[in-house]
Each structure stands twice: as structure tokens, then as C-alpha cells.
Design a protein around this ligand. Structure first.
Ligand code: ADP
Ligand code: F6P
Length: 321
């Protein structure tokens, strides 16, 4: 009997998820599998919201942002009872393995389903690049380029009005987007959840030093995890006299056509995930380590700690004067 594998996207969407779905589907078909697309993350498994995918089902999606098979959060899946229900559904459908494209939370679900007897392989898809076991997550590059473009636009208006733009970028628990886009946009200060900051020393004093040196406009990049962006703009204005405006970029950062890096990474990781399932290997996450695609046990992956690039942060601070 022809073996079947499923593919789903779960948690927050990310540009490049479609490219991953495409790679998984085409690789699996090439290897002789039947492929089932599971809509809306784990909800689709529980509700039987599925459809058979042929090679053409993933035509014309590599360039699209978002995820054509939809994504969702499925609270029930944190309960074992529902994991078992999903397992029964897989058995009923003859699904021998699933590729789960998502973040940490989605991988916990994949670990549970693997434990219940359905091998699952996680592919990292999140704009935050906050997954411990991998140097890169699908969507990160596109999101950063979006931020860079938007902050460049803010710089134009900040320059005209000689203002300070306080820009909040995504990253609930991680400052990777903030750090890299802050450097790329020439921010005066970058605030991230990984590093404690002192408003007076790390922001106000730098703006004042800039003013003294004749600088007439400023950009402060703040990771979402820091919060209080509106308040921060008010404090900066009060302390420095520089008119300040807060901009929260929000979900626009999650959209858009994926960059080359995201499309290629998604294709490579999706391909690798199917290779694992072909060998009957589950409970793994695909990642990037020293520039190479590899795989790691899900529990081990979740227990790792992602380092913050302290050196890059230091560089950002030193060249921001
Ligand atoms: P992300 O995958 O982007 O980290 P979430 O944390 O929202 O996003 O998780 C996505 C989904 O993964 C959840 O809605 C749920 O279906 C599943 N999930 C999250 N945590 C667990 C868990 N501890 N056990 C089982 N499933 C989980
Ligand atoms: O995709 C990651 C992320 O963008 C976080 O930085 C952010 O906090 C979160 O998702 C918000 O997601 P949602 O609005 O879908 O809950």
C-alpha cells in the first residue's frame, strides 16, 4: 500500500511557509508517497480538515507570503486526550508521518504526536528566529527586510521634521529582529529583552551626545518584548526636547513575498524533513547548524538555549554615535 505523509503549518505564520509546504509535497511525491495537506494546524487533524495534494496543488505558491494551508493555534492539542484523537485520525487516514512547520509550541505538539506513535518532523517557521536548535528560521530574512524598508521610510519623515522615531518591531521574547534591523537602519539605540538597559545611559545620553554632535534625527528600535513604546517616545521627548513619535510596525512584518534566503532554506529543510520520514524517523526538528541542515531530537531541541549575538550588539552600540 502507498504510504501517506501529512503536512501542516501551525502557530504564527511566516513568509516561506508555502515554499516549505511545496518542497515537502513535491519531495514526498517524488519518493512515492501520497501527500495529505492538513489545514489550520493541529485543528485540521482533529476535525479531519484535510485534502490530498498532488504536485500541482503547490504550484504558484513559492513566491507567496502566508500559508495556503492556513495556520492556527489549537489549545486542545496541549491535552493528551486530543493528541490521542489526532493519532487515531492519522491511523484512520493511513498517515505514516507528518511534517510540522511552525515554532517551539508546534514542536511540542509534534513531540507529543510522535510519542503517541505518529512520527513527526518539525521544520522551523517563525519570523522571530527564536528557536534554540537552529541558526535560522524560515521567515526571518523576509521580515527583517520588511522592517528595514519601513524604517527607511520612517527615517525620511524623521529627517524632514528632525524627530526621533521610536520603532517597535516583533519579537515577544527575542531581540534578533531588533538587533539586526537596528544595525541595518543605523539606529541610535536598540532595546532587546536579552539585555537590560538603562534609559538615561543607553538612550537619553546617546541622543544628547548626538544632538551635541549636530545630529538632527534619531531612530530607536525596540523589540516587542520590551513594550511601552508610546511611553518611551514621550520620555525621550521630555528628556531631550527632540520631538518623538512611536511607530508599532505590527503584523505587516509577517507578510510579504519571501526572500531568496527564505525560499531556498524552506526548500532545503522541507526536503530534509521528508528524507527523515522516509527512513521512518520521527520526533526530530530540522535546523541549521554551522550553515548546514541537520536534525535533532525534539526534546533536546526544546531544552537548548539560543545565544544572543552579544558581539553584534556591542558593534551596534559602538557604531551608532
Ligand atoms: P509556535 O509554534 O509559533 O511557537 P504556539 O506556541 O502558539 O506557536 O503553538 C502552536 C500550537 O502548537 C498550539 O496552538 C498547539 O496546538 C500546539 N502546542 C503548543 N504547545 C504545546 C504543548 N505543550 N503540547 C502540545 N501541543 C502544543
Ligand atoms: O511570529 C512571531 C510573533 O510575531 C511574535 O513576535 C509576536 O509576539 C507574535 O508572533 C504575535 O502573534 P499573534 O498576533 O499571531 O498571536
Amino acid at each position: 500500500m502507498q504510504k501517506t505523509i501529512g503536512v501542516l503549518t501551525s502557530g504564527g505564520d511566516a513568509p516561506g511557509m508555502n515554499a516549505a509546504v511545496r518542497a515537502v509535497t513535491r519531495t514526498a511525491i517524488e519518493k512515492g508517497f501520497k501527500v495529505i495537506g492538513i489545514r489550520r494546524g493541529y485543528n485540521g487533524l482533529l476535525n479531519g480538515d484535510i485534502f490530498e495534494m498532488d504536485a500541482r496543488a503547490v504550484s504558484d505558491i513559492i513566491q507567496r507570503g502566508g500559508t495556503e494551508i492556513f495556520t492556527a493555534r489549537c489549545k486542545e492539542f496541549k491535552e493528551w486526550e486530543y493528541v490521542l484523537k489526532a493519532k487515531d485520525k492519522c491511523v484512520e487516514l493511513g498517515i505514516a508521518g507528518i511534517v510540522v512547520i511552525g515554532g517551539d509550541g508546534s514542536f511540542r505538539g509534534a513531540a507529543d504526536l510522535s510519542k503517541a506513535g505518529i512520527p513527526c518532523v518539525g521544520v522551523p517557521g517563525t519570523i522571530d528566529n527564536d528557536i534554540q536548535c537552529t541558526e535560522y528560521t524560515i521567515g526571518y530574512d523576509t521580515a527583517m527586510n520588511t522592517v528595514m524598508e519601513l524604517v527607511d521610510k520612517l527615517r525620511d519623515t524623521s529627517h524632514s521634521h528632525e524627530r526621533c522615531a521610536v520603532v517597535e518591531v516583533m519579537g515577544r521574547n527575542a531581540g534578533h529582529i531588533a538587533l539586526n534591523t537596528g544595525i541595518a537602519c543605523g539606529a541610535t539605540a536598540i532595546l532587546v529583552p536579552e539585555v537590560e538597559y538603562d534609559l538615561e545611559k543607553d538612550v537619553i545620553a546617546k541622543i544628547k551626545a548626538g544632538q551635541a554632535a549636530g545630529k538632527e534625527q534619531f531612530i530607536i528600535v525596540v523589540a516587542e518584548g520590551i513594550g511601552g513604546t508610546e511611553e518611551l517616545a514621550k520620555k525621550i521627548e521630555a528628556a531631550t526636547g527632540v520631538e518623538s513619535r512611536a511607530t508599532i510596525l505590527g503584523h505587516v512584518q509577517r507578510g510579504g513575498s519571501p526572500t531568496v534566503r527564505d525560499r531556498v532554506m524552506a526548500s532545503e529543510m522541507g526536503y530534509y524533513a521528508v528524507e527523515l520520514l522516509e527512513k521512518g524517523i520521527g520526533n526530530r526538528v530540522v535546523g541549521l547548524k554551522e550553515g548546514k541542515v541537520y536534525d535533532v531530537d525534539i526534546q533536546e531541541a526544546l531544552a537548548m538555549k539560543k545565544p544572543f549575538n552579544e558581539r553584534l550588539y556591542k558593534i551596534a552600540n559602538e557604531i551608532s554615535l
